[in-house]
Design a protein around this ligand. Structure first.
Ligand code: ZN
Length: 143
């Protein structure tokens, strides 16, 4: 028998990220409200999303470095069709690609900007959304 503890996890209706050995440190840092980026220890190249091998030098050795959370809108799209029932009440919404100061890009949303107000190069900064007791998602707001 499974015991379910009342909490946010029961109320969050969208899919949650699946972690693996490569991404677990990213999500652990996120839960602590810290953004860290995977870095190749062979050549120093940063990579986002986390993955096992460097695309530049093929090293499988890496570590994690803190990031500022500051960046700019690189691109975005407006979603009009729900890809999951959890988003149907938020349509239309945007998926934004943010280029961080460190040079890597991350996909998320900008929480306080209407789709019609988004601009390429708009400065944004990371905020942390605790969607369950175990999962924190990176979101952005206008800087
Ligand atoms: Zn490398």
């Amino acid at each position: 028998m499974t015991t379910v503890t009342p909490g946010q996890a029961q109320q969050y209706s969208k899919p949650l990220p699946r972690t693996n050995a490569d991404s677990a440190p990213y999500w652990e840092h996120m839960k602590e409200h810290r953004l860290h980026i995977q870095r190749c220890t062979g050549c120093g190249t940063l990579r986002m999303y986390p993955r096992p091998m460097c695309a530049e030098c093929y090293s499988v050795e890496s570590d994690w470095v803190p990031a500022s959370g500051r960046g700019a809108v690189y691109s975005w799209c407006v979603v009009h069709q729900p890809v999951h029932p959890g988003w149907k009440d938020e349509l239309p919404f945007t998926i934004v690609e943010v280029e961080l100061e460190e040079g890597v890009r991350i996909r998320s949303t900008v929480v306080d900007v209407a789709p019609s107000e988004l601009r390429i190069g708009m400065p944004v900064e990371l905020i942390y959304e605790d969607v369950t007791d175990e999962v924190t998602l990176p979101k952005f707001k206008r800087a």
